[in-house]
Design a protein around this ligand. Structure first.
Ligand code: MN
Length: 232
């Protein structure tokens, strides 16, 4: 057995509704601008030809129900409520028609964003990492098996902050559907069990401040909760 100088924290994992074994997270991919109304509110055009991606390290992941500190280096911390897709089988250059076969399940997720830092990165044509990939920026609710979820397009995604609805859309409004995203991403990566894809956020993103309580729902999936605490 390999000996290490120190122990790393255990890999982040997502509980599955009604099951003992958890889903360990290998990689986190995120789709940008996958709802036309959100792209418009950010002043961007939707690319209907193909989705585009950024990533978050698994170390950025945290479970629903947490209270997180208002993150360092930002004055504009935003919520983005999204459907997450859990990959359960290897997929490389998979066809759209075959993509559902590699999806193990779904869960509600939050792509928390340092919007001011993302904006600076965009202006300076720098990577988005510092605005997107930081501690506690990827929040995951417990997942459900795909076979228990049914037709995605009819499900409604809603996020409220302190009881006020901020985001409300049908998953059917996605520009690129879940099978299209999985198929496209598999042209660039050997997708494998443990990979997770956040599928983009609808319109209504906005800032949160210390003391805010977020409550997100997607159809009958387990809800997602997050509380924002004071800055450290
Ligand atoms: Mn997002």
């Amino acid at each position: 057995m390999t000996r290490h100088l120190f122990e790393l924290p255990e890999a982040f994992s997502i509980p599955l509704e009604g099951e003992e074994a958890r889903f360990p997270v290998r990689r986190i991919f995120c789709v940008g601008r996958n709802y036309a109304a959100h792209a418009a509110e950010m002043g961007n055009e939707v690319d209907r030809e193909a989705p585009f991606y950024f990533t978050k390290a698994p170390a950025a992941a945290i479970a629903s129900g947490a209270t997180i500190p208002y993150p360092p280096g930002t004055a504009d911390f935003h919520h983005e409520m999204e459907l997450a897709v859990l990959i359960g089988a290897p997929a490389f250059r998979v066809a759209v028609s075959k993509a559902p076969e590699v999806i193990l399940g779904y869960c509600a997720a939050l792509d928390m964003t340092r919007r001011d830092l993302q904006g600076i990165a965009k202006d300076k044509r720098r990577p988005w990492d510092i605005g997107k990939d930081f501690e506690s920026s990827a929040v995951f609710a417990p997942a459900s098996r795909a076979s228990d979820v049914g037709a995605l397009g009819d499900l409604r995604l809603r996020l409220s902050v302190n009881g006020t609805i901020r985001q409300d859309a049908a998953l059917g409004e996605m520009v690129h559907s879940v099978p299209e995203i999985v198929a496209d991403l598999s042209n660039y990566y050997h997708l494998a069990p443990g990979d997770v894809i956040l599928t983009g956020t609808p319109a209504g993103v906005g800032p949160v401040v210390a003391g805010d309580v977020l409550d997100g729902r997607i159809g009958g999936l387990e809800p997602i909760h997050l509380t924002v605490g004071p800055a450290e």
